[in-house]
Ligand binder design. Sequence first.
Ligand code: FNR
Length: 188
Amino acid sequence: MTTYTVGYLVGSLSHRSINRTLALALTRLAPPDLLLTEIPIGELPLYNHDLDPNYPATAQQFKDAIKASDALLYVTPEYNRSIPGALKNAIDWATRPYGTNALNGKPSAIIGTSPGPISTAVAQQHLKTILAFTNSPVLGQPEAYIQYTSELFDENGDIKTPSTAEFLRTYLHAFTTHIRRHHDTPDR
Ligand code: FNR
C-alpha cells in the first residue's frame, strides 16, 4: 500500500476556527494511506515581489513543506464570497519567484464549512479558478460544502452525524484515488 502525505492549508487564522476543527476531524476520518498534516500559513508576511531575491525563511519553509507533500487539501472559510486574504497570500508565496511554482501539478482538493446555507460554495469556486492558473489538478467530485451548525461536531471535535461522517469518508476516498491517478501519471 502506498501512503500519501497530504499537507492541509486552513484558510482561517482564528484559534477558534471551525474550518481547523473540520480539518482535524478529517485527519481522523482519513483512510490509512492518507497522512494529513497542517502546513501553517499564519506566519507568512504579506507577499511582495521585492522580497523574491531575499526570499524569507518562513516562506521558504512553507514552500518546502508544499514540495514535500504528495498532495494539498485546502480547508477554507468563505470571506465576503471569496477566499480569505491569508490563503490568497499563501498561494502567492507558493508560486513565486517566477518559474518556481510549488503548486504546479500538485493534486489538490477543496473543502470548507460556514454557517451559511450555501456554505463555502462561492469561495470554493474562486479557489478553483486560482488553482487552475497554478496548474494544480483539483478533485472535481464529490464537492464538499459542509454547512456549520452547533450540531456538526461533538465535544471531541469529531463529526456528530453518521451520514456526514460517511460522506466525508467517501470524499477522502475519492481524493486518494485522485492523488494516486496523478502520481501514477504525473503531468509535470
Ligand atoms: C464571514 N462569514 C461568511 N460566511 C459565508 O458563508 N460567506 C461569506 O461570504 C462570509 N463572509 C465573511 C467575511 C468575514 C470577514 C468573516 C470574518 C466571516 C462567516 C464565516 O463563515 C464564519 O465566521 C466562520 O466561522 C469562519 O470560519 P472559521 O474562521 O471559523 O474557520
